[in-house]
Ligand binder design. Sequence first.
Ligand SMILES: [Zn+2]
Ligand SMILES: [Zn+2]
Length: 272
Amino acid sequence: MTCLGTGDALGVPAPLCDCEYCTESDRRRRPGLLVESGDTTVLLDVPPDVTEGLHATGTTSLDGVFATHAHYDHFHGVHELNHTQYEQHVWNEDDYDHPHPLADDLTVYGNDSVLKHVHSQTPHLTERLDFEALNLGEEEQVGPLTVEPFRVDHGGPLFHTQGYVVTGPSGDDGGSGPSAETAAVAYAPDANSLDPNPLPSVDLLFVEGSLLGPELHADAEELREQVARVDADRVVPTNVSEHQAELHTAALEAHASDLGYEVWEDFQTAVV
Ligand SMILES: [Zn+2]
Ligand SMILES: [Zn+2]
């Protein structure tokens, strides 16, 4: 898996900001997680920076896109993906020596609130992208990967939100080895609270950065208690911002480490 963005809604640097934390920190893009197994690639959340993230990771096809909710920082990259479906944008495909990757059909999964948002606010997106409902209690199989939503309470500004657990064969060979075991990753940015009970054991948990303070979406202590009850080998905060925390990167990393969490940088990867 590759984290396409470790930042919060603003990203780092924040727009128009010249504070010491923005000017002296590496860039943090908006949240998104790419999960790959063999030839299968799924994307959790579609940040506005998605095109850059897909290029940076060498990704030229997606087998499924899963939105946690439709707030700008998690979802509006869907307009970028919509452009991949325009025939007139690939008119010169014969000039390339491979079929143009932009022509593949693409399905975007989300809960009923996400679909309602799309149909009411940006109905033109449904002309080229396929939007499918995926609600609590359902799951979607994409190649060797199983994607299952779990309940997350967003907090303000409210949007009906869900996290995702992705399970699949462990290892970096896409599970083609003879003794493939199962690996799991959970992804829940923008959480005011989450119920740890339905979550399985996971190798990695990406979760709301209010864990670190400042408390963007959640009370830090309460969220830490909930996260501690998840059986997760590693915990990586999302929505990280030196600007919001008023800490330089090294201090933020040390703070996270003291709490038992890992602060990642954009495009950091893990194999589980
Ligand atoms: Zn700043
Ligand atoms: Zn949000």
